[in-house]
Design a protein around this ligand. Structure first.
Ligand code: NAP
Length: 280
């Protein structure tokens, strides 16, 4: 079957998964509007495929700027067929040591920005009765890990919104998928990570080894962003795309463990769960 060339809007194409997604889509012949935050990144992105790679300067936490920026990009590059909400970062910090500002910043980038992007493309997709919204969540939006609770919380929230939104817009021909990577070799655990300094000695024994292991893993993660890009291209061509797609065998293994432990817990507490309904 011949590929129909599409217009993608991908947030965060300066590095990592977003850059790989954009390169993969451009190499496959698609048009890509890619968001960046630095002029040098805009130039590098536009040079990838002159005329088909459109750089859009945007910080996704500037919610008020999003509608006009997206409208302007669509005027230049055409209506968006596929939105990939990829931009985001990881906050690493023990919950008790982390501030409410850390939490607000994390949710602004990983949840509120993506929702503002969705709101900017939805009216057009609804009018055209087609479109695919791909929200890059994380295996941390399904399993959890100590030391990144704000990050996991933001990704759980984006998963919930994705799944619920999918049910609202399916009748308009719009598909919504949460794309949940395991560990990929990007700048996520390196220059992009926001680390709240350790301050409460009580947590040293648990948290110091976890933090050190995450830092040492950076640059050696098993996931290949270029392969994730090929998976994205397969996903957007699917007639019935999934509500959620995990990327990476590390993610799959941990998700299977979580599903098993959830099932065990459900069974263990079955009677108490049922005890709260009125008698029939
Ligand atoms: P990355 O290499 O650090 O790339 C992050 C991208 O997001 C960069 O282009 C960055 O732009 C952009 N970005 C961050 N905050 C932004 C904001 N407020 N406005 C606009 N752009 C912003 O990391 P990555 O791994 O590719 O991350 C991409 C997505 O995958 C994130 O949502 C991340 O949470 C998710 N993810 C990653 C992994 C992993 O193991 N790598 C696993 C699961 C999920 P700048 O260059 O301007 O900073």
């Amino acid at each position: 079957m011949a590929t129909t060339f599409k217009t993608f809007l991908i947030t965060g194409v300066s590095s990592g998964l977003g850059q790989a997604f954009a390169k993969g889509a451009l190499e496959a012949g698609h048009r890509v509007i890619g968001t960046v935050r630095r002029e040098a990144d805009a130039e590098a992105f536009a040079a990838l495929a002159p005329g088909r790679a459109h750089a859009l300067s945007l910080d996704v936490t500037r919610f008020d700027a999003i509608p006009a920026a997206v409208a302007d990009a669509e005027r230049q590059a055409g209506p968006v067929d596929v939105l990939v909400n990829n931009a985001g970062y990881g906050h690493e910090g023990v919950l008790e040591e982390s501030s409410m500002e850390d939490l607000q910043r994390q949710f602004a980038a990983n949840l509120f920005g993506p929702v503002a992007m969705i709101k900017a493309v939805l009216p057009g997709m609804r009018t055209r009765r087609r479109g695919h919204i791909v929200n890059v969540t994380s295996m941390g939006g399904f399993i959890t890990m100590p030391g990144i609770s704000f990050y996991c919380g933001s990704k759980f929230a984006l998963e919930g919104i994705s799944e619920s939104l999918g049910k609202e817009v399916a009748a308009f021909g719009i598909r919504v998928t949460a794309l949940a990577p395991g560990q990929f070799r990007t700048d996520w655990a390196g220059r992009s990570m926001d680390r709240t300094p350790r301050s409460i000695a009580d947590y040293d024994a648990v948290m110091d080894p976890i933090r050190a292991a995450r830092q040492n893993k950076s640059g050696h993660q098993p996931g290949d962003p270029a392969r994730a890009a090929q998976a994205l291209l397969r996903l957007i061509e699917a007639e019935h795309p999934p509500v959620r797609l995990f990327l990476g065998s590390d993610a799959l293994g941990l998700v299977e463990q979580k599903l098993e432990s959830m099932k065990t817990e459900l069974t263990t507490w079955d009677a108490l769960s049922r005890s709260t309904s009125f008698d029939a």
